[in-house]
Ligand binder design. Structure first.
Ligand code: ZN
Length: 122
């Protein structure tokens, strides 16, 4: 979302700098473009690591799979709805499988295969 604003802004800023023959405006536009590309790379890296626990698709990534019929976009974006739900409600509904997922930190001992959290015997 930030990159979608920064990249056109940088192009406009560089065009303004070229028209006014101002090197500082071109440099600011170039900096905004680089910052936008950094945001795109960070978003791509983070979005592909987060996966739905049921269907294992990345709900924040760009997939061309068919969405669930219960999935509703927010301002035309399914990813924006998932991101807002994660930030505001601590749970989200996967746009691909439609299952709600509660965000909770796993207990490392319980995730080790031992439900009581006791140390494993070897
Ligand atoms: Zn899913």
């Amino acid at each position: 979302m930030v990159a979608a604003i920064l990249i056109p802004l940088s192009v406009g800023w560089m065009a303004r700098g070229v028209l006014q023959q101002s090197q500082i405006h071109v440099a600011i536009g170039f900096g905004l473009g680089v910052l936008g590309l950094v945001f795109v790379m960070l978003q791509t890296l983070v979005a592909h690591r987060v996966r739905c626990p049921l269907c294992m698709t990345p709900p924040l990534g760009m997939k061309s799979c068919q969405k669930n019929r219960k999935a509703r976009p927010l301002f035309g974006s399914y990813r924006l709805r998932v991101a807002c739900a994660v930030l505001a409600k601590d749970h989200f509904r996967c746009p691909y499988c439609g299952e709600p997922t509660l965000l909770a930190v796993r207990d490392r001992r319980a995730a080790n295969g031992n439900a009581e959290g006791l140390a494993r015997r070897s």
